[in-house]
Write a protein that binds this ligand. Sequence first.
Ligand code: VGL
Ligand code: ZN
Length: 212
Amino acid sequence: MTIDIGANDVLIVVDMQYDFLPGGPLGAPGADHIIPLINALATRFANVVLTQDWHPPGHVSLASSHPGRQPFETIELSYGPQVLWPDHCLWGTHGAEISAEIVIPHAQLIIRKGYNRDVDSYSGFQEADRKTHTGLAGYLKERAIDRVFVTGVATDFCVGWTALDAQSAGLQTAVIEDATRGIDTNGSMHRAWANMTTAGINRLQSNDILAA
Ligand code: VGL
Ligand code: ZN
């Protein structure tokens, strides 16, 4: 399959920040290897949006905010289950910066998410309370963008939820599998792909675009 990319398509590059790269507190194995692929894909897109996980001190998703709790435990919050994470992507820190090896000077927009202390946000579209919107759907709509291609980390969290919400917003959505990497905790990778497949999200490889 080869796909021609045009003016109504967007590449979303999810959370390519130091804390999610190998060596970081939530490093996705192999995430450094997808950087050249993402840079190459980005040259094919006029429209590129980046997301950036961006948490205040004491954020509800951090195990360190819940005395006695350990990273990767799940707790129940008002909006549902929440996985507790090691400290990551604290705003203003080096770990929260997008890797300098991501070279996409024409990227139009960086959507920060997870900045409300009491609500997490895996998705670039909607926070975990499933009510608070980031504005990304409105931005894409105003720009007449109707196809979304998702890359980045983590496949099983922020990539997956971003793709599911894009598809729910009425955008035709694909995940470029070899340009993503996962964390895979407690079966999360299997679950994410099952949910994306059920939602009708396309599962592509970078060559489907780069070979065109
Ligand atoms: C992410 C866990 C916590 C992600 C963000 O980018 O997938 N995962 N915060
Ligand atoms: Zn986070």
